[in-house]
Design a protein around this ligand. Structure first.
Ligand code: HAM
Length: 426
């Protein structure tokens, strides 16, 4: 039997691969404009990091991690998300000691969660994310929210909706937690199995339960806004003001509590608001986490960030029928007329590549007719034919597909020629 890919994973190639590379480039350019610094952390970390960082009671850590014991008997986990690893690196590399703060970082890479695979939900998926440390100014919350909003704007996605909420500071959150436990306790029998467990461990998560979502008791549950202390209220109000200054439309949604335990104050999600998109319509999520660095044994440092799922962004693009401007054409295709011109041809190909052109040649010993067909398949802008005469007399025969002409160009002028004709179309 042919070996197949593991459940919940996919191979990336062809057009989808090109799209992902395009999105990566776009994000890289955007991050340069925002002055964020690139960071890459390992795909696996010691398991304890996620227990402390993401939280024991989160679904991600309690049910979804890929854990293994390495050959040195260490407990390791494939990262289910990026924040914990970046926090670990921020502490380990003493980035908090840099003169220039805040420390604003971005990352892109695969994450692993043992979830039930379905459309938009994979066991290996790609996240782009940012984490910004060292400032508790609500201005930074607004900046972070503006990143996915601007990214979606650049892509031309229109059916996106920003949902925001606040969980307040630790004190407000604790008071709210107690209120939720008191409220849900008498109704425990109506709750689903997961929520029965959540009641004592993580009552906030009851609010975004997909199973109990429509129960009447959900509608009347206590609202966080009634439990916020003054400073938490102020923080939230300022975030909203800055979002308005940025012309970012948002919806206040008290049920956004997020699936990870580390959040304080602002939490947000951006969802695809397109009919038929499917259940997994949250394109990105994030928020502030002012106690996380301390929880991972670093010096008390505020943080805020978000991550978006690349696969879901691709689905959103498909749903909105947005084509990405992917350049598929090859600049030059080189045809050696016979075996004898292969050596000359490969050297020419190399020179042209090193001069900045995308170039390919025949590796299948096709005849000239077959090679012209191949050049068409590759949408080559220019075809160069290398025959015995050409080599002996120092010129190259050109079929210019841009303006449909045939030319003979002196060897020494080929780069100038290509510069001119290819620039014309760009
Ligand atoms: P998260 O909400 O767990 O947050 O994931 C962020 C995004 O990753 C989701 O909105 C979704 O688009 C995508 N995603 C999550 N799970 C899957 C999956 N199984 N398959 C496909 N896509 C998925 C975090 O991970 C936090 N670390 C975000 C953050 C950064 N908060 C602060 N800083």
């Amino acid at each position: 039997m042919i070996i197949q890919k593991p459940k919940g994973t996919y191979d990336l190639f062809g057009d989808e691969g090109k799209k992902v590379l395009y999105l990566e480039d776009l994000l890289k350019a955007l991050m340069q404009k925002y002055n964020y610094e690139y960071i890459k952390t390992p795909l696996f970390e010691v398991s304890e990091l996620f227990h402390r960082g993401v939280g024991e009671t989160s679904d991600i850590v309690s049910k979804e991690t890929y854990d293994f014991v390495d050959r040195g008997e260490r407990k390791m986990t494939l990262r289910p998300e990026g924040t914990a690893g970046v926090v670990r690196s921020f502490i380990e590399n003493k980035m908090y000691g840099r003169a220039s703060q805040p420390t604003k970082l971005w990352y892109f890479g695969p994450m692993y969660r043992y979830e039930r695979p379905q459309s938009g939900r994979y066991r290996e998926f790609y996240q782009f994310g940012v984490e910004a440390f060292g400032s508790s100014d609500p201005l930074l919350d607004a900046e972070v929210i503006s990143i996915p909003v601007n990214f979606f704007k650049l892509l031309g996605l229109r059916g996106v909706r920003v949902n925001i909420n606040t969980l307040g500071d630790i004190e407000s959150r604790q008071n709210y937690r107690k209120a939720l436990i008191n409220y849900f306790k008498p109704h425990i029998d109506c709750l689903c199995c997961d929520c029965k467990n959540r009641l004592e461990n993580n009552p906030l998560r009851i609010l975004d339960c997909k199973v109990d979502h429509d129960l009447d008791i959900m509608k009347n549950a206590p609202k966080i806004y009634d439990y916020l202390n003054e400073s938490s209220k102020k923080h939230y109000e300022e975030v909203k003001n800055y979002l308005s200054s940025l012309d970012i439309e948002y919806i206040e949604n008290p049920n956004i509590v997020r699936g990870l335990d580390y959040y304080t104050h602002t939490v947000f999600e951006v969802e695809a608001n397109v009919e038929g998109f499917g259940a997994q319509n949250v394109l990105c999520g994030g928020g502030r986490y002012n106690s996380l660095v301390e929880a991972v044994d670093g010096p008390s440092t505020p943080g805020v960030g978000f991550a978006l799922g690349l696969e879901r962004v691709l689905t959103a693009l498909e749903f909105e029928k947005k084509e990405l401007p992917i350049e598929d054409k090859l600049d030059v295709y080189v045809i050696p007329v016979t075996e004898k011109e292969k050596e000359y041809s490969i050297s020419l190909v190399n020179t042209l590549r090193m001069s900045g052109f995308s170039v390919d040649m025949d590796y299948m010993s096709r005849n000239v007719k077959g090679n012209f067909k191949q050049a068409d398949r590759l949408c080559a802008k220019v075809v160069i034919i290398v025959g015995e005469d050409e080599i002996n007399q120092g010129y190259l025969s050109i079929k210019n597909n841009i303006n449909n002409t045939e030319d003979k160009i002196d060897n020494d002028y080929i780069i100038n020629y290509l510069d001119e004709v290819i620039e014309e179309v760009e």
